[in-house]
Design a binder for this molecule. Structure first.
Ligand SMILES: Cc1cc2nc3c(=O)[nH]c(=O)nc-3n(C[C@H](O)[C@H](O)[C@H](O)COP(=O)(O)OP(=O)(O)OC[C@H]3O[C@@H](n4cnc5c(N)ncnc54)[C@H](O)[C@@H]3O)c2cc1C
Length: 459
């Protein structure tokens, strides 16, 4: 049913395009403003996370807009982390002990294109590309947009405005500058990233296992690779920005780059014919965590997705969380009987703690992916968790599974339980209390008992 309210969505990236689509489906008149040219018509520039891991929370949000199936069609399932040690040996650490649990390597551009296409088909949407929002008048809900080609400025007004303009959000920065935010903090990570590439072998053959997320964990840095359709992989090097060794600063010439890759990622080096070109051409980008509040200004302007809670990418949840924002907003709107002003106020109440939790978990996983994945205690813990998850007689979910596969739980609950379980297993292992002879049920009971005690202490 057509609604009276006019809504502007600033930023038609992943979050904004899904949000715009959903709001249009609900009957609102939606204008979407996007800084980049129309993705459906131009080629993507290289070097900006070409593929992303899409998982249950993202799918649940896509489903309400009828986009789950099309997203599944373009994704490549990854069933676990394939760990590459310095000698070139590989070890598959499944994401779950349950069969067929996977996350999906998905092209950012393709998914965004599909969402824009669907939004464009709704009769009550207007999509404006190649225009940058430069200013916002919060009292009157008027934005200024600038045509990127001509520099011409114009203003547009609406009843409600969403800022889904990503980590560098202009809407958020305007809120902060105009004194509408109490708290605003970007914590830059010591490490940055650079995108690289494994081309297909002959035809569209994959040089390494297709259905896995590959990791070369090396304590202070790591390389990861996610599969693309057609046999290639998008490869990302995470490395400290500064430092005399093992840093982007230190890799200041082709010889040093080659020596660094040969020493640390010899098997990957063999399948990277364009390493030097890509290293030089692709940018070194920063990573960080954005914490700010409130997300709501003057009752009718709300930020979402990375604009509100950009996080480091080590749980593969930034996009999933941004999509889940749309789902949470949708639920809140129902709870508020379609009253947008009430929903705007309630959204942040419902979502803030969860966003903070996934930001924290993502930082935790930075350490885990670099180092602990190769650590014997970590491997032993994973083994036990796989055994428990693989058994029908107990209902166990590891922290990773709680975050990734249990979209029915909030991030905050996944964090609390997941951390308590981790602590329980590691302490029981240290005490020698978990032995090979024990049955799955006995192990589960012992872990659950310790977890509940730890959860009590956390209250
Ligand atoms: C290396 C890396 C790997 C990642 N891997 C994963 C992963 O595996 N899984 C996962 O879930 N997440 C991952 N993420 C996180 C994910 O990319 C982000 O969380 C997600 O893109 C957030 O979506 P968004 O729509 O909020 O922001 P964005 O995708 O950044 O979209 C913002 C949009 O707003 C537009 N815009 C910006 N400013 C303006 C303006 N002033 N006016 C108009 N338009 C504007 C931009 O052009 C863009 O289209 C990764 C991130 C990085 C950096």
């Amino acid at each position: 049913m057509k609604k009276q309210e006019k809504i502007i969505v600033v930023g038609a990236g992943l979050c904004g395009s899904l949000l715009g689509l959903r709001l249009a489906q609900l009957g609102y008149t939606v204008t979407m403003i996007e800084r980049r040219p129309d993705l459906r018509k131009v080629e993507q520039t290289a070097g900006r996370s070409i593929n992303l891991a899409l998982s249950n929370r993202g799918f649940a949000a896509l489903e309400i807009a009828g986009m789950k199936e099309v997203a599944l069609e373009i994704g490549i399932p990854m069933y676990g982390r394939m760990l590459h040690d310095p000698q070139g040996e590989t070890y598959l650490s499944p994401y779950s002990g349950r069969e067929n649990m996977s996350i999906f390597s998905t092209s950012r551009t393709h998914l965004n294109q599909l969402l824009l296409e669907a939004a464009d088909k709704e009769e009550n949407t207007t999509l404006i590309f190649d225009h940058t929002c430069t200013e916002i008048d919060f009292d009157n809900r008027i934005i200024t947009i600038e045509d990127n080609n001509t520099g011409k400025k114009e203003t547009i007004s609406a009843d409600y405005i969403f800022g889904t303009d990503g980590a560098g959000s202009v809407i958020r920065e305007n809120m902060f500058e105009q004194g509408l935010m109490d708290y605003h903090d970007f914590q830059k990570l010591s490490h940055g990233y650079k995108e690289l590439h494994f081309p297909p072998l002959s035809g569209d053959q994959y040089a390494i296992e297709k259905n896995a997320l590959h990791i070369w964990p090396r304590k202070d840095f790591m390389l990861i690779a996610l599969p693309n359709p057609g046999g290639s992989f998008t490869v990302t090097l995470f490395l400290a920005h500064e430092g005399a060794v093992n840093s982007f600063e230190a890799l200041d010439g082709p010889d040093k780059i080659e020596a660094f890759f040969k020493e640390n990622f010899a098997d990957a080096f063999e399948i990277m014919p364009n390493l030097q070109d890509l290293f030089e051409t692709n940018p070194t980008s920063i990573l960080g965590t954005m914490k700010c509040s409130p997300w709501l200004a003057k009752d009718r302007v709300l930020i979402m997705g990375d604009a509100a809670h950009a996080m480091v990418p080590f749980y593969g949840q930034g996009m999933n969380a941004a999509f889940e924002d749309v789902l949470v907003f949708d639920n809140v709107l129902v709870q508020c009987d379609g009253n947008l002003e009430k929903a705007f106020a309630m959204f942040e109440e419902k979502r803030h703690a969860d966003a903070a939790s996934i930001c924290e978990l993502s930082l935790d996983n930075f350490k885990e992916m670099q180092a602990d994945t190769a650590d014997p205690d970590f491997l032993r813990k994973r083994q036990i968790e796989m055994e428990l998850e693989g058994s029908d007689s107990v209902a166990y979910y590891s922290k990773y599974s709680l975050v990734t596969f249990r979209e029915d739980l909030t991030y905050s609950n996944a964090l609390r339980r997941g951390r308590a379980q981790d602590q329980a297993i590691l302490s029981l292992l240290k005490e020698g209390a978990l032995t090979e002879e024990m049955t799955v049920q006995e192990k589960y009971d012992l872990i659950e008992e310790r977890t509940l005690v730890l959860l009590q202490d956390l209250k």
